[in-house]
Design a protein around this ligand. Structure first.
Ligand code: NAP
Length: 312
């Protein structure tokens, strides 16, 4: 039987939160591993342009994620490419992780699994994924160069990604179910300045296809109660995210399923921390995810000392 791998801190998920946590933890001398299923960087990897990360000029999500990774590994944080199957709390309060790379053990586990996109749940959406429906502007936008594009959602993602799509097409419309955007005012202003059209107070009823491609979208104008159909070639959906908590042992969560933590990022389970997009927090940014990681690393280290002194 393969031997278990022992660490001081195991971080599950290698997005900005996990990488920042790995950096701080390794730099503090803790034997640290990030377990990541795919490439480190998380959702940041698909951001075309980041202009608000303090201290850095405009750069792509890929570039920023690479910097995070280099800094973390430079301080000695290890990255293991594996799938975590389950996380179990042992009788002594430490954790055992069953992974595709065998068993990992540690007194602290940090959940940095992020969130994945939410579906709009309208007829035609699932059927047209890859045929005109997309959840990633950077990945699929170039297929819709000079085409008619619809963006669904009213948050920062919808408004910001619409600006990337506007570079590819003169005809971009954002539709939102309410009469006010949820996105930050500066992003809404930039979107309006970029000449992006809006359909407010409007819901998508269906995404219609022809010859296995998106052809049109049927809307309900909530202010008039009328439905109408308009031609579109591509539909990009950014209607929020769902926290990735399937693996997480039973702990306190908010109504939407995001993990609740204290100000040290500790969950309701001693020794288990949650950081970044998976956490119940009001403002989700790369910089706040990184800050979560730093805070968790700091207090997890204190927790380990207290545990070793039998004072926890
Ligand atoms: P979000 O802030 O949760 O916004 C989701 C949007 O989708 C909301 O406008 C919501 O409408 C709408 N929506 C939700 N379910 C819907 C449905 N079934 N049908 C139609 N519309 C629906 O999600 P996000 O924009 O992905 O942002 C996630 C987090 O990342 C946020 O904290 C955001 O600040 C952050 N972020 C920041 C930046 C940046 O700073 N540059 C960029 C991207 C994301 P309601 O408004 O009516 O609820």
């Amino acid at each position: 039987m393969a031997e278990s791998k022992n660490y001081d801190i195991i971080i599950v998920g290698g997005g900005p939160a996990g990488l920042a946590c790995g950096q701080y933890s390794a730099r503090a001398g803790r034997n640290t591993v990030i377990i990541e299923e795919m490439a480190p960087g998380g959702q940041a990897m698909i951001i075309d342009e980041i202009e608000n990360y303090p201290g850095l000029e405009k750069l792509s999500g890929y570039e920023l994620a690479s910097k995070f990774e280099q800094q973390a590994t430079g301080f000695g944080c290890q990255i293991a490419y594996a799938t975590v199957n389950s996380i179990n709390r042992l009788e002594d309060g430490s954790f055992s992780l069953d992974t595709s790379d065998g068993e990992y053990l540690s007194p602290v586990v940090v959940i940095a699994t992020g969130a994945k996109h939410r579906n709009l749940e309208v007829p035609g959406e699932k059927e047209m994924i890859g045929h005109g429906v997309s959840y990633c502007a950077t990945c699929d936008g170039p297929f819709f160069r000079k085409k008619k594009i619809l963006v669904c959602g009213g948050g920062d993602s919808a408004c910001q990604e619409s600006m990337y799509l506007r570079k590819l097409s003169d005809d971009v419309t954002v539709t939102h179910r309410r009469d006010r955007f949820r996105a930050q005012a500066s992003i809404v202003k930039a979107m309006e300045d970029a000449g992006i059209k809006t359909k407010m107070n409007t819901t998508v009823q269906s995404i219609n296809s022809e010859n296995n491609r998106v052809r049109s979208v049927t809307f309900l104008d909530k202010s008039t109660g009328k439905t109408y159909t308009e031609d579109f070639d591509g539909v990009f959906i950014f209607v929020g995210s769902i926290p990735q908590t399937q693996l997480v042992p039973d702990c306190e969560k908010d109504q939407a399923g995001f993990i609740k933590t204290d100000s040290h990022m500790m969950t309701s389970i001693p020794g288990m921390y949650a950081i970044g997009d998976v956490r119940d927090t009001a403002f989700r940014q790369i910089v706040t995810a990184a800050a979560d990681g730093a805070i968790a690393a700091h207090y997890a280290s204190e927790y380990i000392d207290a545990r070793n002194n039998n004072s926890y």
